[in-house]
Structure formats: C-alpha cells, structure tokens
Write a protein that binds this ligand. Structure first.
Ligand code: NCD
Length: 303
C-alpha cells in the first residue's frame, strides 16, 4: 500500500497498513493543525468532481494550504510533460502531490523522480487507492467491522465495466487483502475470465449473484476508455446488468448498494437502486474525505 511515503497502488496491499489507515479515518479525531503551514498540490490532468474536492477539503480540514492545477489552463496544454510540471510545483516548496492522470502507471513513475510524497488520485485504468479506502471504510462501518477491520465474512460483487476500472482494480487488491471474497460480474468483454488471475471469481450471469452477496458495487461503463465496445444498446445492458428495482428487491437482507460515481442513472443503475434505502453511495463520498485526511496525515503529518 504505502511504498515509502507514496500511496500509489492497492496491488498486494498490506493489510496491517490498510487497517491502521482505516482506524485513523474512522476515528476522525485529528487535531485541526496537523498540517498547519504545509501545502498540498492537486495536479488533476483528467476530469474529476468528488476526488478533487474531497482531497482539497481533507487537506484544508487538517490546516494545509491547497493549490489546484488542472490540465486545461496549465502548461500541460503547451506541451510540458507531466514530470516537468511535477518538478516545477515541487520546486515551489509544496509538501505533497496528489495526481490524477489518464496514463496508467504514471503516478508511480512520477513518485520515483520527486522528493515529496505522491498520492495517486486515479491513473488511467490502473489504480485509485483512496477510492478503495473510502469503499472499505463504508463497508466496514455498514457491517460494524471496526474491531479489527476483518472482512472475511463479507462477499462483494463488482459489477459492470470491470476491465476499464481503476476503482475495481484497487478494490480487488484492498478488499482481498482485508479478507473479503470478491466476485466480478459483467459481459465477457467487460469482465473477461482472465480477471480471475486477480484472485476473484468471474461470472457473466448477474442474476446468479444477486442474492449471494453482501455488497453490490456498480460501475459505470467507461465509454471514454473504449468500454462498452460491441454493446447492442444501453437499454439491453440495463436489462442484463443494470441494478433495477427488481434486483434490489432480491438482494440479501442487510446487503448494501455502492457506486464510486459518477453514476449513469438508467444504464448501470436505476433510480430506485441509487436512491434505495440500502444505498450507501453518499456515505462513500463522506468517507472519501475521512480516508484522504488519514492518508495526508500519514504522508506528511507524521501520523
Ligand atoms: C471514478 C474514477 O474517476 O476513477 N470516480 C471516482 O473517482 N469516484 C470512476 C469513474 O470515472 O467512473
């Protein structure tokens, strides 16, 4: 999980580190000046609503200054490379870089070449570690796992365009490390059998898992990354893999509905599911701020 002071990936996540971070986020009793006088730069070269605002609020609530840079309006649009941009911002004396970029693996490459902590806020189809931490905190709180954060009784379905999803990859790594069983569901093009190599079960019949899981995590089709290629129609997809009212009604008692956002209502998730009583989608957003506070406090606040 942490590689040195960087948070880049949840592949081979360290359960002890993950549990320590979840406990810190869950307690949320940070002193308001943990990061007083420090500054955090958000370098977001891809669109984002919740992740960027969430990192900004997390840093501010710990007393840090935040500077925001996006692809549009920065020298990236003049041809500057990401590493030159990162070095430039580092040279101004910031304490950490929070980076979102379209190229898979780029956050790790930048981390090797700067002297300050890098937190990956989503890189291509690779990883999105703080989203997985927000999701783990949400699951842990929903099922009262806060004594030890042991997820071994929990079965999680990740449904939809898994192959395009950095959120799925980070959740597979983290939830698996915490002991959960993960099943991936989707059409073969979105959930190919080869993903079983990540230590998951893979199924192509969504209805077969509806009443078998404690967590139903729905994913958007990532059309901008070529996801959904060969799809007949979004209506046909909704019938086969959408979380409809009927499917919500067949879920286990106590099972929860999750989605990292942004949602495409009527495609992977119906209004009735997104807004259902068992939906914890807005809790995921709330918990995103908590885990980002914990991650920043650990990276640069000495916690
Ligand atoms: C996702 C992302 O950008 O990776 N959203 C998020 O950060 N909560 C998922 C997506 O774009 O579908």
């Amino acid at each position: 999980m942490w590689s040195g002071h960087h948070l880049i990936s949840m592949e081979q996540a360290d359960p002890a580190q993950a549990r320590a971070l979840l406990a810190l986020a869950d307690a949320d009793d940070f002193a308001p000046d943990v990061l007083k006088g420090r500054s955090v730069a958000n370098l977001f070269f891809e669109d984002s609503t919740r992740t960027r605002v969430s990192f900004s609020l997390a840093a501010q609530r710990l007393g840090a200054h935040v500077v925001d840079l996006t692809g549009k309006g920065s020298s990236i649009s003049k041809g500057e490379t990401l590493i030159d941009t990162a070095w430039t911002i580092e040279a101004m004396g910031v304490d950490a870089l929070v980076i979102r970029a379209g190229q898979s693996g780029v956050c790790g490459l930048i981390a090797e070449r700067v002297g300050i902590p890098v937190i990956n806020a989503g890189d291509g189809t690779h990883q999105h570690p703080t989203q997985a931490l927000a999701d783990a905190l949400t699951i842990g709180r929903a099922f009262s796992l806060d004594q030890g954060w042991d997820f071994s009784g929990v079965r999680v379905a990740i449904v939809g365009d898994v192959v395009s999803s950095r959120v799925a990859r980070s959740n597979i790594g983290l939830l698996g490390a915490l002991g959960a069983r993960v099943v991936l569901a989707g059409p073969a093009a979105m959930a190919p059998d080869s993903l079983a190599d990540l230590g998951c079960e893979v199924v192509h019949d969504f209805d077969a898992v509806i009443d078998q899981v404690d967590v139903m995590m729905m994913l958007r089709i990532q059309f901008e990354r070529g996801g959904g290629e060969g799809l007949d129609s979004t209506a046909a997809y909704h019938r086969a893999f959408g979380l409809t009212q009927d499917r919500v009604d067949r879920m286990k008692a106590g099972a929860i509905v999750m989605h990292p956002g942004p949602m495409n209502r009527g495609v992977e998730i119906a209004d009735a599911a997104a807004d259902a009583q068992r939906s914890v989608i807005l809790n995921q957003v709330t918990h995103g701020v908590l885990v980002r506070k914990a991650a920043l406090a650990q990276a640069i606040g000495g916690l």
